[in-house]
Design a protein around this ligand. Structure first.
Ligand code: FAD
Length: 406
């Protein structure tokens, strides 16, 4: 069985490592960047407890490696920038264990090392098409180190190539993107906070929100967000230190010690700040008439409010890997059937995660009342949905973990 994975990101690496263990599987993972790429070094990720649970069910060793490279995410606190606490939730109340806090580049390092020799780096894909002999299969050609390579008769093509997936565009058409109307910036700095910042926290001043947490080795990640008109680019004058200071300084009274440190740090690092707009795109797990599976951001794009992008990429990969390993082990080799079953496992779950992430963004939109909106999040309806988010990783993974324990 010939498997090609495009992209050695979060979902691609988990799949490459797990599928390489299948008897008779030839797995080739093609990654665009070089092996020592550090393009995501300036971003910290908080990864939900649901990803930890999902990955542990299929790959406990990899789960431990990521745990070693991260800090545990145990608590979620939301305050105003004047220090008033609105929401303070120990995650054990809604999850079975902690999540992870990790640098994005460090997560890639661990995942890529774990995926090992199945990944080829510095690959430029030149062709993705249906195979001439069997249209369910695909054909992939690429350039690497100035040489041309090609694989025909690919039984399963997996798109793990992220948010602007060229595989999805080629095989299933353009992806419509919806802008939500929030600008986000991110910066990673050495920890000079003297202990002010550690676990995951958010601070509001009106709908303008700061988010911060500490990641290994000793850095602090800060993300700023504020409303913008949905279809507009982020205006240049809002990307300045003066505008950011005004956005987060409380109108009455002084900022808390935490907020003051973050505002000063954000303003001092404004030239190293990356900017993006919050957006989402529709769910698609498989191509209509060929054996192409979309995973992670290639399959869905959600707003980052609940930290579920990489989290769901891991949940996707864990579910897909578990299903394929099971079917393959049972001698069921109809790839089209595997893909239908993976879609059935994931689609409703992703609808829930995307809708919940969007609803949780209510306090960040123009005109929002973050005090009222955040206090509502302390109630049972929000907590119950959070528990469903962090606990329900799917029946197949529950069964897989149960079997592993026996
Ligand atoms: C600023 C920011 C903050 C975020 N914070 C969080 C967070 O706190 N928690 C969270 O869970 N998620 C977060 N996310 C989202 C998360 O990073 C993504 O959802 C996640 O990385 C998606 O994983 P993936 O495997 O689908 O794709 P990616 O991890 O994006 O991997 C895609 C891979 O494919 C490669 N690739 C792309 N095109 C090609 C090609 N043509 N040929 C070969 N290779 C290709 C890329 O180089 C990359 O290695 C954040 C995202 C951003 C931008």
């Amino acid at each position: 069985m010939r498997v090609v994975i495009i992209g050695a990101g979060v979902a691609g690496c988990v799949m490459a490592r797990r599928l390489s263990l299948l008897d008779g599987a030839e797995v080739t993972c093609l990654e665009r960047v070089s092996a020592d790429d550090h393009s995501q070094a300036g971003t910290g990720l908080n990864i939900g407890p649901n990803a930890v649970k999902a990955l542990r069910a299929v790959d406990p060793e990899l789960t431990e490696r990521i745990t070693k490279a991260s800090f545990p995410w145990r608590n979620w606190r939301i305050s105003l920038t004047d220090g008033t606490v609105l929401f303070d939730l120990p995650l054990y109340e809604v999850a079975e264990g902690p999540g992870w806090r990790i640098r994005w580049s460090e997560l890639y390092r661990v995942l890529r090392e774990a995926a090992g020799a199945s990944v080829s780096y510095g690959c430029e894909i030149t062709t993705i098409s249906r195979d001439a002999a069997d249209p369910r299969k695909t054909r992939v050609a690429w350039m690497q180190g100035g040489k041309q390579f090609r694989l025909d008769g690919v039984d399963l093509l997996i798109a793990g190539d992220g948010r602007y997936s060229s595989v999805r565009r080629t095989m299933s058409g353009e992806v419509a993107v919806r802008q939500v109307g929030v600008a986000i910036s991110r910066v990673l700095v050495p920890d000079m906070s003297n202990g002010l910042i550690d676990d995951y926290e958010q601070w509001f001043n009106g709908p303008n929100r700061l988010l911060s947490f500490r990641v290994p080795p000793n850095h602090i990640y800060i993300a700023c967000a504020f409303p913008i008109p949905p279809q507009a680019d982020i205006p240049q004058h809002l990307k300045t230190a003066e505008a950011l200071r005004a956005a987060y300084t409380p109108p009455h009274g002084a900022p808390s010690a935490q907020a003051r440190w973050m505002i000063d740090t954000v303003c001092a690092n404004v030239h190293d700040t990356h900017w993006a707009r919050m957006q989402e795109h529709d769910i698609l797990y498989r191509a209509a008439d060929s054996n192409v599976l979309y995973l992670g951001d290639a399959a869905h794009g959600m707003v980052p409010t609940l930290g579920q992008g990489a989290t769901q990429a891991i949940e996707d990969a864990a579910n897909a890997a578990a299903l394929i390993a099971r079917r393959h082990g049972d001698g069921q080799r109809n790839v089209a059937d595997w893909l239908k079953d993976i879609e059935a496992l994931r689609k409703e779950r992703l609808r829930f995660v995307m809708e919940f992430s969007l609803e949780a963004t209510d306090t960040m939109l123009a005109g929002a009342d973050p005090v009222k909106g955040t206090r509502q999040k302390t109630g049972a309806p929000f907590r119950n949905r959070l528990a469903a988010l962090y606990r329900n990783v799917g029946p197949l993974l529950e069964r897989t973990e149960e079997e592993m324990r026996q």
